[in-house]
Ligand binder design. Structure first.
Ligand SMILES: Nc1ncnc2c1ncn2[C@@H]1O[C@H](COP(=O)(O)OP(=O)(O)OP(=O)(O)O)[C@@H](O)[C@H]1O
Length: 204
């Protein structure tokens, strides 16, 4: 089984992925933040580094998809390849932070890869409004994320909602996390697990 968690920056994907992995005994595949050679530079100058960063993420996410396919184990994935292309890269292009020829090259590469990508059995979308996202980004305190503009988060959020609305590749569970604190409150974690159990039971 392949479960994926999707959601904006600071939505709480990594924490939930860890908790679900512990609860269900699934393997976890995290996003490559440590050791990412472009991320800090990208936050300093998005136009300069957008193409480099997107190629880096696309490749690392494609590698994960191949690993999931080969492993034969139940895996939970922290963020998907769809988000890179349909949300992050698109947003950079829409806001003139990626030039058209780079975006075209990127999209053509993504479209070629897509034919080899199998969608997750269940996609969990963690939906959060700006105050929640900003609060969690502050709390986490990664230096290079602190100057991120609310407008950047907001345009990503709009694209996330559109993505979820049109997602047809497989099962989708939308969870509004604005009022949830599953990192610290066991009842909130139980609530989320209940929603997932219900969705998996419908699927089975
Ligand atoms: N395709 C992408 N383009 C630009 N930035 C990206 C892309 N994919 C990931 N990122 C950035 O890389 C970092 C990933 O951090 P991390 O794995 O902690 O996830 P996150 O999005 O902050 O999620 P969460 O808080 O929900 O776990 C974030 O700053 C995120 O915005």
């Amino acid at each position: 089984m392949h479960i994926a968690i999707t959601g904006n920056i600071g939505a709480g994907k990594t924490t939930l992925a860890q908790q679900l992995a512990a609860h269900y005994g699934w393997d976890v595949l995290y996003e490559a933040v440590e050791g990412n050679p472009y991320l800090a530079d990208f936050y300093g100058d998005m136009a300069r580094w957008s193409f480099h960063l997107q190629i880096y993420f696309l490749n690392s996410r494609f590698e994960q998809v191949q690993k999931i396919r080969e492993s034969g184990r139940s895996v939970i994935q922290d963020r998907t390849i769809y988000e890179d292309a349909y949300i992050f890269a698109k947003n950079l292009y829409d806001t003139d932070l990626m030039v058209p020829r780079d975006y075209d090259t990127y999209r053509s590469l993504f479209d070629n890869m897509l034919s080899l990508v199998r969608p997750p059995d269940l996609m969990i979308y963690l939906r959060a409004d700006l105050p929640k996202l900003i609060g969690q980004i502050k709390k986490r305190g990664r230096d290079f994320e602190q100057a991120m503009s609310p407008a950047y988060l907001q345009s990503l959020n709009l694209l996330y909602d559109q993505f979820a609305e049109h997602y047809q590749a497989g099962e989708l569970l939308v969870i509004d996390v604005n009022e949830l604190d599953y990192a610290n409150n066991p009842d909130d974690l139980q609530h989320v697990i209940g929603l997932i159990d219900r969705q998996l039971a419908v699927k089975a």
